[in-house]
Ligand binder design. Structure first.
Ligand SMILES: C[S@@+](CC[C@H](N)C(=O)[O-])C[C@H]1O[C@@H](n2cnc3c(N)ncnc32)[C@H](O)[C@@H]1O
Length: 152
């Protein structure tokens, strides 16, 4: 199975990189994870204009990715699900794409194009922390599906 995490984020070194690597290694027995970070010139410019302009720029930057495969968008106001429901989203899929937004989140039209819009909890996290939590839930989800003791 292939998983791609597409984030509105600058391609730069992060203190979380070793954690991402470790979690991706754990997941690798179940799926291959591709980590795609996108931050276009339009996004940089839109950030100086308004939150609406920023959201529109995110949609434009991500339009080549949404609509292909099973698309799951992470959004603080999305459907609050537990790890068992999360695991069902991974079940029987060849390719899944997860989307993590920028500082201003997603515009409604982008959310409507997603197959599923989920919340990882009622708190708002930075995109970098959201990616770490997402990776851990992906590993936990596969552990649930394969009855591996990690999830207990
Ligand atoms: C800094 S947050 C954006 C906050 C923005 N005010 C909003 O309402 O979406 C950046 C990204 O991290 C992800 N994120 C942060 N907290 C989340 C949560 N509790 N559940 C799901 N995704 C979350 C989302 O993809 C979000 O677009």
């Amino acid at each position: 199975m292939n998983i791609e995490i597409v984030s509105i984020a600058k391609k730069e070194k992060s203190i979380y990189d070793p954690l991402y690597k470790e979690l991706e290694k754990m997941i690798s027995r179940f799926a291959k994870v591709k980590d795609t970070e996108i931050f276009t010139k339009d996004v940089t410019k839109a950030h100086t204009i308004s939150p609406d302009a920023a959201q529109k720029a995110y949609t434009k930057a991500l339009e080549g990715y949404i609509g292909k495969d099973f698309c799951i968008t992470l959004h603080p106001d999305g459907k609050l699900i537990d790890s068992f429901e999360f695991s069902k989203l991974l079940n029987d899929k060849m390719s899944v794409k997860f989307f993590i937004g920028g500082a201003y989140g997603f515009e409604e039209s982008f959310l409507k194009k997603s197959n599923s819009v989920i919340s990882l909890g009622k708190v708002t996290m930075s995109h970098k922390i959201a990616k770490a939590v997402l990776l851990e839930q992906i590993y936990r989800g596969f552990s649930i599906l394969s009855n591996h003791p990690y999830h207990k």
